[in-house]
Design a protein around this ligand. Structure first.
Ligand code: GLY
Length: 381
């Protein structure tokens, strides 16, 4: 069987579906091919923090700009998804509160505040007492804080369900349990071989967007050179019980994300463990210990889940966005810790590129060329 579409998207994570929604809204016929189920890789494990200001120190300026661009787009992105599919995305605007436990944390916080100030990002410094006035369950040992009201959060699981409904409402065909094995350019189009339980089929498209997360170079044959996509394991502990916080709470060791229904997410480990999805005692121990230092009341909550995801990353830990080096093939991947926050801007700018042919300035520094140049240098020794 051969199917056709204007655009085929390999991967039904938050990036694949956001791009599919935007391209379909712009009049393209879009097919998404997902090997498991939407959001299976990293998207539904993500805590959904939309917090560019706290990652600003180690993030290159162009990426901070893209994150801020995406944060500004979030309210409209959510409104469009909710209006098309009729389901809530679970978007909340309570802000983020950094909590310092001791003098070291305080010095780190002061350093962070200065960088934020230099970059024009608003934040309010708080004493320990002020932190507890905002969040009364924070430990009496906390000595200070930093409040960023412009940071927000979205429930990544709710978002994925809403996004799927929105995609279907605008005519996107989503094939689940369908693994793409090869992508090749032939006779002026791009052809995909797809394996499903029902058999093998072909999909022909004018354009293909590779948004397969960590599976970009695992079991998928494309004409692209290797770019070194690898998984970075993240474990997240879910707790349930009495509501202990309204804001996202964090410091350099942990983030604590309150969700509706009394759920609290503690995240996340960062591990080089290949495709291993098993939760570990050590990962859980660290997350509970660091969270307990900020919010001792977690002691009485129930562990409802330990979730594990694989973040897709390349060597410089920045996304890869733009045309691949084969006509008709594009890539949106390597979002590492930022898939959820970067979804609106990735979708918008990739759709601009794929519908107009003009390369947007906003994603110019995230092209595949930087990785190919790196590989050539390595090969030259
Ligand atoms: N976005 C936070 C993380 O990946 O842990």
């Amino acid at each position: 069987m051969t199917d056709v579409a204007d655009v085929a998207i390999v991967g039904g994570g938050v990036i694949g579906l956001s791009c599919a929604f935007e391209l379909a809204r712009r009049g393209k016929s879009v097919s998404v091919i997902e090997r498991e189920r939407p959001g299976f890789g990293a998207s539904t494990v993500a805590a959904g923090m939309l917090t560019p200001s706290f990652e600003v120190e180690l993030t290159p300026p162009a990426l901070v700009e893209l994150q801020l661009d995406s944060l500004r787009r979030y309210p409209q992105f959510v409104a469009e998804i909710e209006s098309a599919g009729g389901l809530s995305c679970g978007y909340r605007e309570e802000g983020t509160l950094w909590v310092s436990r001791h003098r070291d944390d305080e010095l780190e916080l002061e350093h962070l505040r200065k960088i934020q100030e230099d970059r024009g990002l608003p934040a309010r410094r708080l004493t320990g007492r002020e932190v507890r006035q905002i969040e009364p369950y924070v430990s009496p040992r906390a000595v200070g804080g930093l409040l960023v009201e412009s940071d927000h959060q979205v429930n990544s699981r709710t978002l994925m369900v809403a996004l799927q409904a929105a995609c279907e409402a605008v005519g996107v065909a989503i094939r689940v349990g369908a693994g793409v094995t090869t992508v090749e350019r032939t006779q002026g189009r791009v052809e995909l071989a797809i394996e499903e339980e029902s058999g093998v089929s072909t999909l022909c498209a004018d354009q293909v967007l590779l948004a397969a997360g960590v599976w970009l170079e695992d079991g998928l044959v494309t004409p692209l050179p290797t770019i070194g996509m690898r998984p970075i394991k993240g474990q997240i502990v879910h707790l349930k019980g009495q509501r202990l916080a309204d804001h996202v709470l964090r410091n350099s060791d942990i983030y604590i994300v309150p969700r509706s229904g009394g759920e609290l997410l503690l995240g996340a480990t960062e591990e080089e463990q290949g495709f291993d999805l098993r939760p570990t005692a050590g990962g859980t121990l660290d997350l509970l210990r660091y969270a307990f230092e900020i919010l001792p009341g977690i002691y009485d909550l129930y562990v409802s889940e330990i979730d594990v995801g694989l973040r897709p990353a390349v060597t410089d830990h920045q996304p890869v966005l733009g045309p691949a080096n084969v006509e008709g093939i594009y890539i949106a991947g390597g979002h590492y810790r930022g898939g959820v926050i970067l979804a609106p801007s990735t979708a918008y700018w990739m759709a601009e590129l794929m519908t107009t042919g003009r390369a947007p300035e906003q994603i110019a520094s995230f092209g595949i060329e930087r990785l190919l140049a790196e590989r050539l240098q390595e090969a030259a020794g």
